[in-house]
Ligand binder design. Structure first.
Ligand code: CMP
Length: 142
């Protein structure tokens, strides 16, 4: 297994529910440690840019509105198989289908307000980390 990095976002509902600390503790207990972290209130343009891949989806407007509702915590998580491990710890996108004890089963409201985002592949993890964090710090020499 390889040490990887992945992008995690604690979404506005997670911040509003005052569970930032619990979520980060759950990541760390699973071997995912933050190596970069910042709290930011996304602009419409920043949220649209991040989710550009979904722009033709019927829920795109709702998604952007939700993600700009309040501050989020963006993190680079590092650990063994971080991309897959993060998705396991988050649980399924729809909290009704998420395994017991996963972050979404514990805290999410519904498929839209699902508390956390995680990169879905190592390639997207690199793109998403670059979107929020500086190349100088995370990809020195590139
Ligand atoms: P995320 O992993 O952040 O990536 C895209 C997001 O779109 C996803 O989590 C969900 O929050 C959201 N999403 C996916 N399907 C729907 C849907 N049917 N209705 C509303 N939001 C959705």
């Amino acid at each position: 297994m390889a040490i990887e990095r992945t992008l995690s976002i604690i979404k506005p509902d997670g911040v509003e529910k005052n569970v930032i600390g619990k979520i980060i503790a759950q990541f760390q207990e699973s071997g995912l440690n933050p190596v970069g972290m910042r709290m930011v209130h996304l602009s419409q343009q920043e949220a649209e840019g991040f989710y550009a891949v979904h722009k033709e989806r019927p829920f795109f407007g709702e998604l952007v509105e939700f993600m700009t509702r309040g501050p989020v915590v963006v993190m680079v998580l590092e650990g063994e198989d971080a991309v897959a491990k993060n998705r396991e710890v988050m649980g399924a996108t729809n909290p009704d289908e998420a395994d017991e004890g996963t972050i979404r089963a514990l805290y999410a409201t519904d498929i839209g307000e699902n508390t956390v985002h995680g990169s879905d592949s190592p390639e997207n993890a690199e793109k998403e980390i670059r979107y929020f964090f500086s190349d100088v710090q995370y990809f020195p020499g590139n």
